[in-house]
Ligand binder design. Structure first.
Ligand code: ZN
Ligand code: ZN
Ligand code: ZN
Length: 365
C-alpha cells in the first residue's frame, strides 16, 4: 500500500466522523488501526492509541519502547508520535490529548482499555465504530480488490487440488489438514480455518472438523480460507462422496440457484438486505425457508467478517468497490447441509465474483 493512501484514508475517516457528529475516532491495534497507519502493532495491556480528532493533526500514542517500531511504519507521514513510559498512566496521557466530545472507538479495542479511557476522561464519550462508522473500510480501492482477488484465486486453486483426494474413510480432521496445507501451497500466508462438515455435521453451519470418518453417500461442506497480504479468502463448496441422492442433488440445485439469484441482485444502489431477500426467496419457494438459518453474507477485507452485512434490516446502499460473501445454505438437522460461497465485488454495473472455482455439483471419491 503506497504511503499517501494512509493519509487519504485518515482524511476520509475524519470526514465521516464529522458527518456522523463525532469529535473524532480513536483506534487501538486491530484491522482499523492497520488500515489507517500501516503499523501492524499487536494489542496488549500497554496502550497504543491513534487519535483522529476533527480540526487537528493525527496523534499516535505509543509505549516508549515501541516508538522505533511506530516511526518505521509505512503510513506515519503527518502523524505526531507521542510516547509514554511504563511509570506513567497511559490512559491519563491519552485523556490530556483528547478534547471533550463523542468519539468512535474501534470494535476490537480491549474492554480494559475502553474502561480505563472512560475512567480517565471526564467529558469524553465512546461509541462503537462498527455502529457509528460501519463503512470505514467497506469500499475497497483497486489495490485492495486486486489483493482480495489474488487470495480468492489461491483458495480456488486449493479447492481444485482438494477434489482430487479420496474422502471416503478419512476423518474430517485429516481432510482439514490437507485443506490447510493446500491453502499455504497455493499462496496463502496464513491458513486460518478449514470447516470439513460431513454428513449430519453439515447441518451445523460452523461445525469445524472432527473425528467423524467420511462415508460414501455423504455431502461434505468445505468452507476454508486464510490471508494473503493481510486480506482474507473465504470459500465454500459442498461436494458429494459418490453420486448424490436425488434429494441431495435437489437441495444442491436450490442453493446454487439462490446463490446465483443473490449475485444477480447485486448492483450499486441496491440495499444490502435486498440481496439477502433474493437468495431467501429462492430457498423459501422450494420449501426450505426455516432451514436457511443465517444471513446471506458478510463483508470481507482485513477482517474475515466485516461490514457490509448482507442481512434483513441492513438498508446500506451497495457501492462499487464493496466486497462481501454470497453464501446461502440449507441445513437439514441429523442429515446433511449444503452451502455455496463466493466472494464478490460490486462493480459499476453489477458485480464480479472473485472466486471462480466450479459451482457444478462435484463428486469426489
Ligand atoms: Zn461463517
Ligand atoms: Zn466461509
Ligand atoms: Zn463467509
Amino acid at each position: 500500500v503506497s504511503a499517501d493512501r494512509y493519509q487519504k484514508r485518515r482524511a476520509r475517516a475524519l470526514e465521516s466522523s464529522e458527518a456522523a457528529g463525532l469529535a473524532g475516532l480513536v483506534v487501538t491495534p486491530g484491522s482499523d488501526f492497520v488500515y489507517l497507519t500501516g503499523h501492524e502493532a499487536d494489542p496488549y495491556e500497554r496502550l497504543t492509541l491513534l487519535i483522529l480528532a476533527v480540526g487537528r493533526d493525527p496523534v499516535l500514542l505509543v509505549p516508549t519502547l515501541e516508538r522505533p517500531l511506530a516511526e518505521a511504519a509505512p503510513g506515519m507521514d503527518g502523524v505526531e508520535i507521542v510516547d509514554w513510559r511504563d511509570s506513567e498512566d497511559a490512559h491519563e496521557v491519552a485523556a490530556r490529548i483528547l478534547r471533550s466530545g463523542r468519539y468512535a472507538i474501534n470494535d476490537q479495542t480491549w474492554a480494559s482499555h475502553l474502561l480505563e479511557l472512560e475512567r480517565a476522561t471526564a467529558d469524553c464519550m465512546f461509541v462503537p465504530a462498527g455502529r457509528a462508522l460501519p463503512l470505514l473500510r467497506a469500499v475497497k480501492d483497486d489495490e485492495e480488490v486486486e489483493l482480495l482477488r489474488a487470495v480468492a484465486r489461491a483458495a480456488d486453486a486449493a479447492f481444485a487440488d482438494l477434489v482430487e483426494i479420496a474422502f471416503a474413510g478419512q476423518r474430517e480432521l485429516e481432510v482439514a489438514e490437507v485443506v490447510r496445507e493446500r491453502l499455504l501451497e497455493r499462496g496463502h500466508e496464513t491458513a486460518d480455518f478449514a470447516i470439513v462438515a460431513s454428513g449430519p455435521n453439515g447441518a451445523s453451519p460452523h461445525h469445524g472438523a472432527g473425528e467423524r470418518a467420511i462415508e460414501t453417500g455423504d455431502a461434505v461442506v468445505l468452507d476454508f480460507g486464510g490471508t494473503g497480504a493481510g486480506y482474507y479468502s473465504d470459500i465454500t463448496r459442498t461436494v458429494f462422496v459418490g453420486e448424490p441422492s436425488e434429494e441431495q442433488r435437489a437441495v444442491y440445485d436450490v442453493v446454487r440457484a439462490a446463490q446465483q439469484a443473490a449475485f444477480d441482485a447485486i448492483r450499486p444502489g441496491v440495499a444490502a438486505q435486498d440481496v439477502d431477500r433474493s437468495a431467501r426467496a429462492v430457498i423459501s419457494e422450494a420449501g426450505y425457508a426455516e432451514r436457511f438459518v443465517h444471513r446471506t453474507g458478510h463483508g470481507i477485507g482485513l477482517d474475515l467478517h466485516e461490514p457490509p452485512y448482507i442481512v434483513e434490516g441492513n438498508e446500506t446502499a451497495l457501492e462499487p468497490g464493496m466486497t462481501f460473501s454470497d453464501e446461502p445454505g440449507i441445513y437439514l438437522p441429523g442429515r446433511f447441509g449444503v452451502r455455496i460461497e463466493d466472494q464478490v465485488v460490486v462493480t459499476r454495473s453489477g458485480a464480479e465474483r472473485l472466486n471462480d472455482a466450479s459451482r457444478e455439483p462435484t463428486v469426489v471419491a
